[in-house]
Write a protein that binds this ligand. Structure first.
Ligand code: ZN
Ligand code: ZN
Length: 254
């Protein structure tokens, strides 16, 4: 078993985690290949985490216990198919080392599925063209042309918020103007994702109003926050006017 693990480690390097507890557990996140031999992370759209628990009797008499979790972009049917092909693979390799085979089996299956079976969370339609898809750093999928107007709108909102705080003398602890959240999970989008979005000028302005409407539906907490901030300004004004930053250096508002 140790020999198998060191071979795996030399193949998958840091992608493979080995926890030599009881039982020994091997974990690796497997991505679909984009185009052939394509190692560009952005093009590897599907993902699943493979966890194998190795009983002390593996490989001689027992198979590892394999769990697939944290999948992205896969249908339930595809997950079932992955699980049953793992079961078959384990069965036919009973008594021998099987981890490499299982991992590569999953990878080739993922690559054959090709496109994520997920709707864009902004326009709610399925993605059918690989070139239109953007995968975020938190592994959510959108049409590039849907994410772009959202990002632009948030940029403007954050810029306005920043200006307003400055104007009212609030102390700003950290420049938040680039903190554009993923519309679904609220993680901050990486600049790498934002850089991949098309120029606004190349996007057909199908229905700007419709987009604004959708985006607003997606970000109720943003509006709540705006309203709260607005109320705070009001309160401050009533309590004695606008705060003078020079006289209140030590005051920190969050
Ligand atoms: Zn879309
Ligand atoms: Zn996300």
């Amino acid at each position: 078993m140790d020999e198998e693990l060191s071979v795996l480690k030399s193949i998958y390097l840091d992608d493979l985690e080995i926890d030599s507890g009881d039982p020994t557990t091997v974990t690796i996140t497997i991505f679909s290949n984009g185009d052939e031999n394509d190692l560009d992370q952005d093009k590897r759209l599907l993902r699943i985490t493979f966890v194998a628990e190795l009983p002390s009797t593996y490989p001689d008499t027992d198979s590892p216990k394999i769990t697939l979790c944290r999948s992205r972009g896969l249908t339930d049917e595809q997950l079932d198919e992955l699980n049953s092909s793992i079961a078959t693979c384990l069965q036919s390799n009973l008594g021998s080392c099987v981890l490499y085979e299982c991992i590569e089996l999953i990878r080739s299956k993922l690559s054959s599925y090709d496109l994520p079976f997920e709707s864009c969370a902004i326009c709610l339609t399925l993605m059918t063209d690989r070139n239109e898809i953007i995968k975020t750093n938190c592994h959510h999928f959108y049409h590039k042309t849907c994410l772009k107007p959202y990002v632009d709108m948030r940029k403007t909102e954050l810029e306005e918020k920043y200006r307003e705080l400055k104007k009212n003398g609030f102390y700003i602890e950290r420049d938040f103007r680039q903190d554009i959240e993923d519309p679904v999970c609220r993680q901050i989008l990486s600049s790498h994702v934002i850089e991949q979005l098309p120029d606004t000028s190349t996007i057909e302005t199908v229905s700007n109003e419709e987009h604004q409407e959708l985006i607003h539906q997606l970000s109720p907490h943003v509006r709540q926050w705006q309203e709260r901030t607005q109320a705070l300004f009001q309160q401050q004004k009533e309590k004695g006017g606008i705060i003078d930053l020079d006289k209140n250096q030590e005051m920190i508002f969050t």
